[in-house]
Write a protein that binds this ligand. Structure first.
Ligand SMILES: [Zn+2]
Length: 696
C-alpha cells in the first residue's frame, strides 16, 4: 500500500510475497471462479458452540490446500486471482502496439510488455543498478552519506516509506504527512526504518524461531553480495556489517506497541532540532537532494532512533556504510534484476519468511508492480470491467445503515457521559465515505514508460511517486486522495482525514455479493464497513477528533471507562499459540480487535434494523435450513476461512497489528450474546465467553 500517513488503519494483513517469477510464457486469459457464501460449506457434524471457525471453515480448508506458490490460501484468494486476471487481460490487450492507444493504455501496456520480457531482463543482469553501485563505491567520506541515502529514497520503490510498511525505508523514512495537532497542515515526517527483516523482534528476540530466521537473513545478505560480484570473504564480512548496523537500528527503534499511541510519535521539531539530533548527517544536503519543499515543521516519530543513528554514523567506518548502502541497493532492486537475484530474494522473503514453496508466476508479479507504480491508470480498466454503478449504490445504503447503527450504539452506552457522546456523534457524522475509486484519476503523464526496460520503468515511477509525496508539503490537504488502488482487496479508515475507504477490489464475492441476501452481505461486507467505522473509535482512533486533529475529546472518567473495556480486549487477545511457538500480543492488535468486535456488532444491529424496516423476521429459516441471524454469523466466519503456512503466521503474529482469522472469528463471536442466541449456545460452552468483552 502506498500511503504516507503513519496511521492508516486497514482491514487485512497486507503481507505481500516478495519478488517472484517463474515463466515468461504469455499467461492464459481465463479467470477463476469466485467463492460465494454457501451454507453447504458448514460441517454440521461439529458443534458451532465449541469452535465456530472450525464449524464453518474446516470443510473448505480441507478441500482447498495452499498452492505451492502461496503462503496462505483462503476464500478470498480466488478473488485476488480474479482481480489480477482482470488487470492482466487489460494489460495484454493494451500491450498490442497500436497507434490508437490512449496514453493510459500505452503506459500500462508497455510496462507490461517490459515486465514480461524475461529474456531481456535476464540479459540486462545487474546493469540497471551499476550507476548506483558505482556512486556508492566513489563515496569519499561520511559527509556524503546524506546524498547517498537521498539517492536510495528517490530511486528504490518504497525506500522512503517509514516503518509502518511491509518493506521499511532504507535507513530512515522521509515523507509528507498531515500534522497530528493541525490536520489541515501538510508537514514533513521523519520516521525510523532501515531494517531488512519485518520488525525489531527478528533482530532482538531470543525466540528460537526468530533467531533461526535471523541466521537465514545473514546468509541471504551474504549471497546477494556474492551475486553482485563480491568474493566470498568480502561478502561474509559485509553481511555481518549489515546485520550489525541493522541490529543497532532495531535496538534504537520504538517498538510497534509504543508506536500505536500517537502521542509517542508526535514529536514536533524545527529543522535546526532535526539537524541537532544527528549532527553527522547533513540534512541540508539530503533535503536539497530530494527536492523537498520547506515544511512548517517536522514530525519526528522516534527521536531516540535518530540519536542512536548519530552514534552509528560516528562510530561505523565509511566502508561499513558503503556495504550497508550496497545491500539496500541490491535488496530494493532485486525483484527487477536477473533470475539469480529474483530467486535468492524469493528464497529468503518467500521461503524463509512466508513459507511459500514455489515462485509465483511472472505475470502475477507484473500485475503487482503495475498496480503499485501506475495504480490509478491500471485501476481504470478494473473499474470499467468489475465495478458497476449499482454496486456503488448498494454500498452507499449499507454504509448509511451501519453508520446509523453505531449512532444508536453510542446512544445506548451507559458508561459514556452525555458530553462525550455528543463529541462521538459529531465525529461519526463527520466521517466521509469513499467507495470504489477516486473521482479524479492521477495523472501519470510525466512518467516515461518504455517497452523494453523494466528497471527503467520502476525507476521512473519511483521518482514520480516520491516527488508527488514530497510536493504535498505546505499545500492544502487533498481530501480526495486515495491510499489504496481500486483493485485492492482491503479497506481502511484514515483518522487524520476522518474517512472510510472501500476500494472496488473488495466489493466482490465473497465479501460483497449483489446476488446474495441481506444477512450474507451484512455478515461479510457489513462487518468490513463496521470495522472501518469503529476504527474511528478504537483505542488509537478515539484520540483524533472530527476534523482529524489529535485532540482529547473525552472526559477523564469516560476515558478511564474506555480503557477498562479496552484492557478486556487486549487481555483476551494475548495468548500462547502452542502450534506455532509464538505468543499473540493483545496490545499490538488492540485497535484491530476493537474494530472487529465493534464492526460485527454494529453490522448486526444494521441488519436488525433493515429487517425491521422490511417487516421480516430474523428467525425465519432459509432454504438451507439456517435462520437469518445464523446466516449472518456463518457468512462472517466464511469470509475469513484461510490457512496459513507456519512461517508467515509467525511473521504476522510477531509484527502485524491484525489478529489471525481464527481469532477474528472465534474471539469476536464468543463475545456476542447475539451469537449465543443465534446458535442456542449455553454458558460453559467455549463460544460463550464468561467475561465477554465489549467496547462498542
Ligand atoms: Zn482495521
Amino acid at each position: 500500500m502506498r500511503n504516507a500517513a503513519i496511521f492508516v488503519l486497514c482491514l487485512a494483513f497486507g503481507v505481500p510475497l516478495m519478488a517472484q517469477t517463474q515463466s515468461s510464457q504469455q499467461p492464459s486469459t481465463d479467470l477463476p471462479k469466485l467463492n460465494r457464501f454457501d451454507a453447504s460449506a458448514v460441517d454440521q457434524a461439529l458443534d458451532p458452540c465449541n469452535d465456530f471457525y472450525k464449524y464453518v471453515c474446516s470443510k473448505w480448508t480441507a478441500a482447498n490446500p495452499i498452492p505451492p506458490d502461496q503462503a496462505s490460501w483462503g476464500v478470498g484468494s480466488n478473488l485476488q486471482l480474479w482481480n489480477e486476471g482482470v488487470l492482466r487481460n487489460a494489460m495484454m490487450e493494451a500491450s498490442k502496439p497500436d497507434s490508437s492507444r490512449t496514453q493510459v493504455q500505452q503506459k500500462i501496456g508497455d510496462y507490461w510488455a517490459a515486465c514480461m520480457d524475461e529474456a531481456a531482463i535476464n540479459q540486462a543482469g545487474i546493469s540497471s543498478i551499476k550507476p548506483a553501485l558505482d556512486r556508492i563505491a566513489a563515496l569519499k567520506d561520511k559527509s556524503q552519506l546524506a546524498n547517498a541515502v537521498a539517492a536510495l529514497h528517490k530511486e528504490v520503490p518504497g525506500a522512503w516509506q517509514g516503518d509502518n510498511n511491509a518493506s521499511p525505508a532504507s535507513l530512515f523514512g522521509f515523507a509528507s504527512q498531515q500534522d497530528f495537532n493541525d490536520a489541515s497542515l501538510v508537514v514533513a515526517g521523519v520516521d525510523q526504518g532501515g531494517m531488512g527483516m519485518p520488525g525489531r523482534d527478528y533482530y532482538l528476540s531470543d525466540n528460537p524461531r526468530l533467531s533461526d530466521v535471523r541466521k537465514k537473513y545473514q546468509e541471504h545478505v551474504r549471497k546477494m553480495f556474492v551475486l553482485a560480484g563480491e568474493n566470498e570473504q568480502q561478502a561474509t564480512s559485509d553481511a555481518s556489517v549489515v546485520i550489525s548496523i541493522e541490529t543497532a537500528l532495531a535496538k534504537a527503534s520504538m517498538d510497534a506497541v509504543k508506536r500505536r499511541d500517537p502521542a509517542n510519535i508526535n514529536n514536533v521539531r524545527s529543522f535546526e532540532q532535526v539537524q541537532a539530533m544527528t549532527p553527522s548527517f547533513n540534512w541540508k544536503a539530503y533535503i536539497a537532494a530530494v527536492e523537498a519543499p520547506a515544511p512548517h515543521h517536522y514530525v519526528v516519530t522516534s527521536p531516540d532512533f535518530f540519536t542512536a543513528l548519530e552514534q552509528l554514523i560516528k562510530t561505523e567506518p565509511l566502508d561499513h556504510w558503503k556495504a550497508y548502502l550496497r545491500w539496500w541497493t541490491l535488496h530494493g532492486n532485486a525483484p527487477y534484476l536477473s533470475q539469480a537475484f529474483v530467486d535468492e530474494n524469493f528464497d529468503f522473503y518467500g521461503r524463509a519468511l512466508s513459507g511459500a514453496k514455489q515462485l509465483r508466476p511472472r505475470w502475477r508479479r507484473c500485475v503487482q508492480y503495475v498496480d503499485r507504480d501506475l495504480g490509478e491508470a491500471l485501476g481504470q480498466a478494473y473499474v470499467e470491467k468489475a465495478f458497476p454503478p449499482s454496486s456503488k449504490e448498494r454500498m452507499l445504503t449499507l454504509v448509511a445503515d451501519v453508520k446509523s447503527a453505531l449512532a444508536s450504539d453510542i446512544d445506548q452506552r451507559d458508561w459514556m457521559s452525555p458530553e462525550t457522546k455528543k463529541n462521538a456523534r459529531e465525529k461519526l457524522n463527520a466521517i466521509e465515505d469513499k467507495i470504489g475509486y477516486p473521482g479524479t484519476w492521477r495523472d501519470y503523464s510525466s512518467v516515461k514508460v518504455m517497452r523494453t526496460n523494466l528497471a527503467a520503468n520502476v525507476h521512473q515511477a519511483t521518482v514520480f511517486e516520491f516527488k508527488r509525496q514530497l510536493d504535498k508539503i505546505g499545500k492544502p490537504v487533498d481530501r480526495a486522495e486515495w491510499g489504496m488502488t481500486p483493485p485492492t482487496i482491503d479497506a481502511y479508515y484514515d483518522p487524520q482525514l476522518n474517512t472510510i475507504n472501500f476500494p472496488a477490489g473488495i466489493l466482490q464475492p465473497p465479501y460483497f455479493d449483489a446476488s446474495a441476501d441481506v444477512p450474507v452481505n451484512y455478515g461479510a461486507i457489513g462487518m468490513v464497513i463496521g470495522h472501518e467505522i469503529t476504527h474511528g473509535f478504537d483505542d488509537e482512533g478515539r484520540k483524533f477528533d472530527a476534523k482529524g486533529n489529535l485532540r482529547d475529546w473525552w472526559t477523564p472518567e469516560d476515558a478511564k471507562q474506555y480503557d477498562e473495556r479496552g484492557k478486556c480486549i487486549s487481555d483476551e487477545y494475548t495468548a500462547e499459540v502452542p502450534e506455532l511457538g509464538v505468543k499473540t500480543n493483545g496490545l499490538l492488535t488492540q485497535g484491530e480487535d476493537t474494530a472487529d468486535n465493534g464492526g460485527l456488532r454494529i453490522a448486526f444491529m444494521a441488519m436488525e434494523e433493515s429487517f425491521r424496516r422490511s417487516g421480516k423476521s430474523l428467525d425465519d429459516k432459509g432454504p438451507d435450513g439456517f435462520t437469518a441471524r445464523q446466516r449472518f454469523f456463518l457468512s462472517h466466519a466464511y469470509s475469513w476461512c484461510t490457512t496459513w503456512r507456519p512461517e508467515v503466521a509467525r511473521t504476522i503474529i510477531t509484527t502485524n497489528p491484525h489478529s489471525m482469522p481464527q481469532f477474528r472469528v472465534n474471539n469476536v463471536e464468543s463475545n456476542m450474546p447475539e451469537f449465543w442466541r443465534a446458535f442456542s449456545c449455553n454458558p460453559g460452552q467455549k463460544m460463550v465467553r464468561e467475561n465477554a468483552c465489549r467496547v462498542w
